[in-house]
Design a protein around this ligand. Structure first.
Ligand code: ZN
Length: 133
C-alpha cells in the first residue's frame, strides 16, 4: 500500500521510500534518528548503533522538521501520533507506543479503530482512544 505519513503539526511528509523518519530522545536525554517501517504492524526499527535504546525504554519522539513533540497525552502518556494519507487521500490517525520494543499501533478513522501488534490490547482500555479523533 502506498501511503504518506505526515506530521500532525506542520504536515510535512515524514516518509521516504519505505521508512518514516522520526527524531527521538532516550531516557538519558540522548538524541537520535529512528527509521520506522511504513507498513503498519511491521516493527522493524532502524537506528544508528551509537543511539542506545533498551527494551521497554520510554522514548520521546519529535517531528524532524518542526521539532514539535508527537506525544499524544490525551490518549496516554506513552502514545504518539502521526497522520497517514492512504492512496485515496483519506486521512487516518496513527497512534503508536513510544515504549521501545512495545508492538502497539492504532489506525483511526471516523472513530473506527484498527489495531496492530501483539501489545495493542494494552492501551485499549483507555476510552480516550475512541474519542480522540
Ligand atoms: Zn512537524
Amino acid at each position: 500500500m502506498k501511503a504518506n505519513y505526515l506530521c500532525p503539526n506542520c504536515r510535512t511528509c515524514l516518509n521516504i521510500g519505505d521508512q518514516i523518519i522520526i527524531s527521538a530522545k532516550n531516557e538519558e536525554g540522548k538524541k537520535g534518528i529512528l527509521l520506522l517501517s511504513i507498513f503498519l504492524g511491521d516493527y522493524e526499527i532502524k537506528k544508528h548503533s551509537s543511539f542506545d535504546l533498551e527494551e521497554n525504554e520510554k522514548l520521546d519522539m519529535y517531528c524532524p522538521c518542526c521539532f514539535e513533540s508527537l506525544r499524544n497525552p490525551m490518549v496516554h502518556d506513552n502514545i504518539f501520533k502521526i497522520l497517514m494519507q492512504d492512496e485515496e487521500d483519506q486521512e487516518h490517525e496513527i497512534l503508536f507506543s513510544g515504549i521501545y520494543g512495545e508492538r502497539c499501533t492504532y489506525q483511526i478513522r471516523d472513530k473506527k479503530v484498527s489495531t496492530f501488534g501483539q501489545d495493542a490490547g494494552k492501551y485499549l482500555n483507555y476510552t480516550n482512544l475512541i474519542n480522540m479523533s
